[in-house]
Write a protein that binds this ligand. Structure first.
Ligand code: ATP
Length: 363
């Protein structure tokens, strides 16, 4: 059998992308394939950020091609390119932002903000350009978790605010704009307006993903936000106990009602491992998140332990993904981030510019 593009393509079809579960040809990631004599060259363009995976993926693909008879040299480049994906019908994309991920919870205090910041940092660690908008007007905690609570955003053009920078993230929070010691009383329309303004009047700079830490709950404010903000998909955070899961179910339903796809569910405070004796205990119950995902047919993204490290690092202004980037907990957040990014990449591309089909039916 002579060495040609088809033979190489067939060999590449046998290699499964460990992140998507699909082969690289079906995933349309292979570009510029050329075969000249015994030299094979091609580029791989992933639709999700995966800096940590570029080398292993290059090795997997090179190995598969190098085995073919007649191959003397294989040259592969691997890169990632995140594009904009579809949002709710009738809602316009935001300038400077390709994809918005809403992190929500049905109930307060389940660890939504901690998950949002670590998810944003994990996406950034994989090479994406990431922003974090703290829309949790009732308890804005991102300024403290990012260690920039004493900073204030400025406006260079008198029209838009420049987001603050922390650990490579572009960040904006209502907490930067109000006195943290004087809590505001937000009524529905006021809160929605403030959030829409923060979203639209911030000069987001070329973001692959904007992670929004949503206000907890499934009331009017959350519903209005999920209708008006151009969301690519939502991540629901829950703890494993019944009451939190019940509220998380409401969250899933709310997003589905307004046409926002659920990227998946994160179970937080899933298991407690005693730091003294190593005993494992399911303080808030076991398996609830996975069961809920099976019921609703949405992906289970992963489970974080109830671990004092997560709290102390977030409280001290350096969340776990940056405080202990190679640790066990950071690797769980990174796995979750990869699943989220892959789910987004699998969604259809931005269609907001397309005119909807109008079908005339005779009576
Ligand atoms: N897996 C975890 N292990 C230990 N502590 C955690 C974990 N997740 C979150 N925490 C801690 O629990 C507290 C509440 O977390 P967080 O603020 O993220 O919750 P939330 O759902 O955003 O709350 P709210 O509804 O008030 O916005 C914080 O002190 C945080 O550090």
């Amino acid at each position: 059998m002579s060495l040609d593009q088809q033979t190489v393509t067939e060999a590449l079809k046998q290699v499964i992308d460990p992140n998507t579960g699909k082969d690289f040809v079906a995933g349309r990631s292979i570009r510029n394939l050329s075969v000249q004599g015994g030299e094979v060259r091609f580029d791989v363009e992933l639709g999700y950020p995966a800096k940590s995976q570029h080398d292993p993926i290059r090795a997997l693909l090179s190995e598969a091609v190098a085995k073919l008879p007649g191959v003397e040299r294989v040259a592969v480049t691997v890169s990632s390119k995140v594009v904009a994906h579809a949002v709710q019908q009738g809602v316009k994309l935001l300038p400077g932002v390709r994809n918005i991920i809403a992190v929500a919870s049905g109930k307060g205090g389940v660890g939504k903000s901690t998950t949002a910041v670590n998810l944003a940092l994990a996406l950034s660690a994989e090479g994406a350009r990431v922003g974090l908008l703290d829309a949790d007007i009732y308890g804005p905690s991102q300024p403290q978790m990012l260690g920039i609570g004493d900073q204030r955003p400025v406006s260079e053009d008198g029209k838009t605010m420049t987001p603050l920078q922390a650990f490579g993230l572009q960040a904006m929070s209502i907490g930067f704009l109000i006195d943290p010691d004087t809590p505001m009383v937000w009524r529905g329309p006021m809160a929605t307006q403030a959030l829409n303004q923060m979203l639209k009047d911030t000069a987001w700079d070329d973001l692959d993903y904007l992670v929004i830490d949503m206000p907890p709950g499934t009331g009017d404010i959350q519903l209005t936000l999920s209708q008006s903000v151009p969301v690519t998909g939502a991540v629901i955070v829950t703890t494993p106990q019944d009451i939190a899961l019940l509220d998380a179910r409401k969250g899933v339903k709310m997003f589905e009602k307004v046409g926002v796809p659920i990227l998946g569910v994160v179970e937080n405070m899933s298991i407690h491992i005693c730091s003294k004796c190593g005993h494992e205990e399911h303080i808030f119950g076991q398996g609830g998140g996975e069961k809920m995902c099976a019921d609703f047919k949405v992906p289970f993204l992963g489970a974080l332990p109830l671990d004092i490290q997560i709290r102390t690092e977030a409280d001290s202004g350096a969340p776990t993904v940056v405080a202990d980037p190679d640790g066990r907990i950071a690797s769980i957040y990174k796995q979750i981030a990869r699943k989220v990014a892959v789910r987004i990449a699998e969604r259809s591309k931005d269609m907001t510019h397309k005119f909807p089909n109008i079908v005339f039916k005779s009576a």
